[in-house]
Design a protein around this ligand. Structure first.
Ligand code: NDP
Length: 492
């Protein structure tokens, strides 16, 4: 059995207490590694290492920091097959997805921010009289990065890459459910020449390790991606210390299909948007609103496509959906399927746990599931399920569907399908959503602001937004004499 270790001050080590707990392979339902059960002591040691490393790392020229980040990106690419396999074994997602999305994106994050820092500049504001303002953007110090289990290395690197590029030192915690790729990253960082203490990865549970990071007074900023409830707790805990906070939280995203859409594209992409990564992506479109005139046609075509999806061993090349990440999460999703039936939903396909034949028979799998006949404002349609469950809801007018879409407490992402340009812009403008895709889904340009409104979080990641978050502005105002002082005033 492999023992995952913390990465503190450049060294791999177990939790100081010696405690560890089990890590599961969700497709087998079996333990396959241990994780350090870190507590405040480990976080304290990580903060000390990060504080010690900060003066030198923040003074390292951006070009040198960039070289190291680019080297990390190169090594992720070089080890991509091993990382993809590790991600799939740990998370349950199809290997094809780890290969095509998670690992390339983790490398891209380091590459993007490693080059981005070379272009990041601050502003100057000359005043009409003799004053000049210039704004410095300095690294903050030691920052905390906490990430979830659905896109483990993808989201972990999305936070730590800009934090490091901007000159901060980092104490980071991946989810206890998917710690493996972060562990492998620590080995890559050493090989890339990242100085000891610049990045510290402390493994453990949210309420113990995560809470110790959030509560530590020397950690000046917290970048968090995870559930809304955890985000609320982080906000409350960090507020009295006036930490900078970025929260990327849950979603319950509307996918709006107008009758004039490109039908085939809308069906195919909506299936992908609902079920990629077993529906465990915060951006998944799980509430599908369909204009009534094409409702039946869309419903039948959608369900037909969903029935073609294969769920099973994530290592099989033809599996479209793999395992659900944990037994607890599987039970949560099943409880929502039960709730949907209780709320009057009509099951169109799926709805059951699967026990595939062979080695995965004890793994945690759920069929892609589709319901109709549920009111737009019932619990199934307003609470985040974060699994392979989608609902179909008809609508009659643009005004009505905007009301339905905005009725959720979340505001992360939305998709609109229409060939009418005016309507596309009008509806995009009216949706309460941090991200709107028109006639596409999950298209990501790393320069664009990423994040949600309402209960989906505060702040934005992506592009220079991340550098702005991970730096502290200081404005300097200087008085400049426009004429040379007279010899008399110079005392000559
Ligand atoms: P959680 O909020 O449970 O956990 C997220 C991270 O926070 C994990 O590392 C977790 O550790 C840690 N954590 C848990 N409790 C605390 C605490 N008290 N203090 C500090 N850290 C803590 O979310 P999930 O891991 O279940 O992730 C799923 C959620 O993430 C969904 O709601 C999803 O929508 C959201 N998400 C949002 C995204 C966005 O960009 N907006 C992107 C991806 C996911 P541990 O796992 O060890 O408990």
């Amino acid at each position: 059995m492999q023992n995952i270790l913390n990465y503190i001050n450049g060294k791999l080590q177990p939790a100081l207490s010696g405690n560890a707990f089990y890590n599961y392979n969700p497709s087998l339902g079996e333990v396959y590694s241990t994780i350090p059960d870190s507590d405040e002591q480990d976080v304290e040691e990580a903060v000390k290492a990060a504080s010690h490393a900060f003066p030198s790392w923040s003074a390292t020229p951006a070009s040198k920091r960039s070289d190291i980040l680019l080297k990390i990106a190169e090594l992720i690419n070089k080890n991509s097959e091993a990382l993809a396999l590790a991600e799939t074994i740990d998370q349950g997602k199809p290997l094809s997805l780890s290969r095509s999305m998670d690992i390339p994106r983790a490398a891209a994050n380091f590459h993007f921010y490693g080059t981005g820092i070379l272009h990041f500049a601050s502003e100057a504001h000359p005043m009409e009289n003799r004053f000049l303002n210039y704004t410095l953007r300095n690294p903050i110090g030691v920052v905390g990065c906490i990430s979830p289990w659905n896109l483990p290395l993808y989201l972990f690197s999305w936070k730590i890459a800009p934090a490091l590029a901007a000159g901060n030192t980092v104490v980071a915690k991946p989810s206890e459910i998917t710690p493996m790729s972060a562990f492998l990253l620590s080995e890559i960082c050493t090989e890339a020449g990242l100085p000891p203490g610049v990045l510290n990865i402390v493994h453990g549970t949210g309420p113990k390790t995560g809470a110790a990071i959030v509560s530590h007074p020397q950690i000046k900023a917290i970048s968090f991606t995870g559930g809304t409830k955890t985000g609320e707790w982080i906000m409350k805990t960090a507020a009295p210390m006036f930490k900078k906070i970025s929260l990327e939280l849950g979603g319950k995203n509307p996918n709006i299909i107008f009758a004039d859409c490109n039908f085939e594209d809308a069906v195919k992409t909506s299936v992908r948007a609902a079920f990629t990564n077993q529906g465990e992506i915060c951006l998944c479109g799980s509430r599908i609103f369909i204009e009534r005139s094409i409702y039946m046609k869309f419903r039948d075509a959608f369900v037909e496509e969903v029935k073609k999806l294969k769920t099973g061993d994530p290592l099989n090349a033809d599996s479209n959906l793999g395992a659900i990440v944990s037994k607890i999460h599987l039970e949560k999703i099943l409880s929502y399927i039960y709730l949907a039936e209780k709320e009057g939903g009509k099951l169109l396909t799926g709805g059951k746990q699967i026990h595939p034949e062979g080695k995965c028979k004890n793994g945690w799998f759920i069929e892609p599931t589709v319901f109709e006949n549920l009111p737009y404002n019932c619990r199934t349609n307003t609470e985040e399920i974060f699994g392979p469950v989608a609902t179909l809801i008809p609508f009659d007018s643009e005004k009505e569907v905007i009301e339905y879409a905005n009725s959720s407490g979340y505001g992360l992402a939305a998709t609109i399908w229409t060939e009418n340009l005016n309507r596309a812009h009008r509806v995009a403008g009216a949706l309460e959503s941090g991200i709107v895709w028109i006639n596409c889904w999950l298209v990501r340009d790393l320069r664009t602001p990423f994040g949600g409104m309402k209960n989906s979080g505060i702040g934005r990641e992506g592009g220079f937004e991340a550098f702005r978050f991970f730096t502290e502005e200081k404005n300097v105002c200087i008085s400049i004499l426009k004429t040379h002082p007279s010899p008399l005033s110079r005392g000559e």
